[in-house]
Ligand binder design. Sequence first.
Ligand code: GGG
Length: 361
Amino acid sequence: LAPPSNKQHKYRIASIPADGIGPEVVSAAIEVVQKLSEVSKTFEIEFTHIPWGTAYYKEHGRYVDENVLDVLRSYDATLFGSVGAPDVPDHISLWGLLLAIRGPLQLYANVRPVRTFPGTQSPLRNAKAGDIDWILVRENSEGEYSGHGGRSHRGQVWEVATEVAIFTYVGVERIMRFAFAQAQARPRKLLTVVTKSNSLRNGMVLWDEVALKVSKDYPDVKWDKMLVDAMTVRMVNNPESLDTIVGTNLHMDILSDLAAALAGSIGVAPSSNLDPTRKNPSLFEPVHGSAFDITGKGVANPVATFWSAALMLEWLGEQDAKERLMEAVENVCQAGILTKDLGGTATTKDVTKAVCDEIAR
Ligand code: GGG
């Protein structure tokens, strides 16, 4: 997965802040990335605001432009905020926006790193520094989020609803290879494959079979399998035994929220939605959603979006800029400039200014 060579180091980024706290954290991230560009002078970056989201839906009757894929393909990457609003059913907003992008653009690898930052604490009583430093790899294009199923006999007591999880060999194999390669590139070379193949005897058994087959090509990766229910216990009781984790769309959606909370806060958890073939531009977003309870109050934690922007810079080939940004975030956390979710009193603006100041030091 070598980064592209861009001799010009000029990037055009689509910014989709969307709903809730999305606009607050995305504008904070744009500010720090522009500060990085200004200070390092090694790359130029231009963000174009795209107004898709719930306000757009209320005006146009759809969450995104008709040419959504062509629009996004005209940029090098997308920086996304959050989707969801109190007055629109969640399945309308999620399918209208994020799921209208991830599957069709084949952003099949959703990479969600989590770790406890210096100066912050895991809620786990016995967790030591470094115990939680995981990469969660979520299959992002099929499985339980394939959109297949339906409802009949609506409103009757015999109403039936089906939700069909679709697992294709190609889909499972490509995410498995991606996860083994991620594990191989990390010092511990450890991979845990999460399934539920005792009760789900088709798709999950395919996952087990593909894991075994793919593992033969990565003999230096030590891997094991866990049922998803047992995995929640292991994450809490033996966090140090885990490193890279791969699982289905639904399982990893759930486990990545748990992982983020165990690391300290969902407010610091980033994600990359990657097309590892690089045929389509990838999308980067915080794991958290719209957080209506704190929207507009100026207290949202921007760190998850800063880290997502750092992953975007790394994906674009700007490794130094990524490291500089992450070092700045760590120093700010270490200095105790933390938002409420991490036990502090800092505002979004305080954290953003402190990270910009660190970058400029
Ligand atoms: N920033 C991510 C976001 O808005 N998440 C809302 C959500 O419900 N996501 C579900 C998913 O990631 O599949």
